[in-house]
Write a protein that binds this ligand. Structure first.
Ligand SMILES: NC(=O)c1ccc[n+]([C@@H]2O[C@H](COP(=O)([O-])OP(=O)(O)OC[C@H]3O[C@@H](n4cnc5c(N)ncnc54)[C@H](OP(=O)(O)O)[C@@H]3O)[C@@H](O)[C@H]2O)c1
Length: 262
């Protein structure tokens, strides 16, 4: 299937590993010229892109610098993937609302919501000129708030609403905006030794390996397994392709059947 992505230009945030890296690789394989951004530029990312920007996207300066560089290097932006998100494990507590600090809330909002607001604001003039597409990578926690860390779920819910608003305002001008909401995906967040998966295992008094095995049961995943980054990337790539030309303002869930409501 020709995805009509040959020669398109794309910016992917949070692209050094995990879902962002898989998206950069997938878009690049489909013929797009990709610029990736993260604080660390990995060898895998360098292979998948035409250029990269090492930048902290939890600041407005960082997000704007990325778009400025992308405009210079690519001459314009057809596709923006607002993927950066999650949060630093040292800013995260697994407790309830009364355990959460303003610092945790602000950190989650900056990384998951404002990074997308800032990058989108800077990229929109070019996206409008080129009748481009945006995908925001949210989370099923936007729909299941208490299953995620305090402040994270709320930031993702706002990101999902932001995508809908953008699609209403800019759809009529030719820019398609959609949201992808993954359930549990096998990235460093879950598989890394100091991240959420490891922290949850410690909190439950089980080994990290036991937690990873138990995840499908704990989340009630109908397919019996978590998703892989490449599966999310395939969905994102389809959504920005010419084949999805009339998909606008959608929130596509990829969670193996975790969410139980229709
Ligand atoms: N994995 C899951 O189960 C899951 C489920 C639902 C939604 N999601 C969402 O999917 C997206 C990707 O998650 P992932 O699992 O692929 O995460 P990941 O493996 O931790 O990758 C996160 C990426 O973002 C970059 N990053 C993090 N903070 C940054 C910052 N302040 N400035 C610039 N870059 C930054 C990281 O690179 P550096 O550290 O080098 O900067 C990395 O490239 C996130 O929005 C996450 O919320 C993930």
């Amino acid at each position: 299937m020709d995805l009509e992505l040959t020669g398109k230009t794309a910016v992917v945030t949070g692209a050094s590993r995990g879902i962002g890296l898989a998206v950069a690789e997938s878009l690049s394989a489909a013929g797009a010229r990709v610029i990736g951004a993260a604080r660390t530029i990995t060898p895998e990312l360098e292979k998948a892109t035409v250029a990269n920007v090492s930048v902290d996207l939890s600041s407005q300066e960082g997000a704007t610098a990325l778009v400025d560089t992308a405009l210079e290097e690519l001459g314009g932006i057809d596709i923006l993937i607002n993927n950066v998100g999650g949060g630093s494990p040292d800013r995260l507590t697994l407790g309830g609302f009364l355990d959460s600090t303003d610092d945790q809330w602000r950190h989650f909002l900056d990384v998951n919501l404002f990074s997308a607001v800032w990058a989108t604001r800077a990229a929109l003039p070019s996206l409008l000129e080129r009748r481009g597409a945006i995908v925001n990578v949210s989370s099923i926690n936007a729909h299941l708030p208490s299953a995620g860390p305090v402040g994270y779920s709320e930031a993702k819910a706002a990101l999902t609403a932001f995508g809908k608003r953008l699609s209403e305002e800019f759809g009529p001008q030719g820019v398609r905006v959609n949201t992808v909401s993954p359930g549990v995906v096998g990235t460093r967040i879950w598989r890394g030794s100091e991240w959420v998966g490891a922290k949850l295992a410690a909190a439950q008094g089980i080994s990290h390996e036991q937690l990873l095995e138990a995840l499908p049961d704990q989340f009630g995943i109908a397919s019996g397994r978590i998703s892989e980054p490449e599966e999310v990337a395939a969905l994102v790539t389809f959504l920005v392709s010419g084949k999805a030309a009339n998909i606008v303002g959608a929130d596509l869930v990829i969670d193996g059947g975790t969410i139980k409501t229709s």
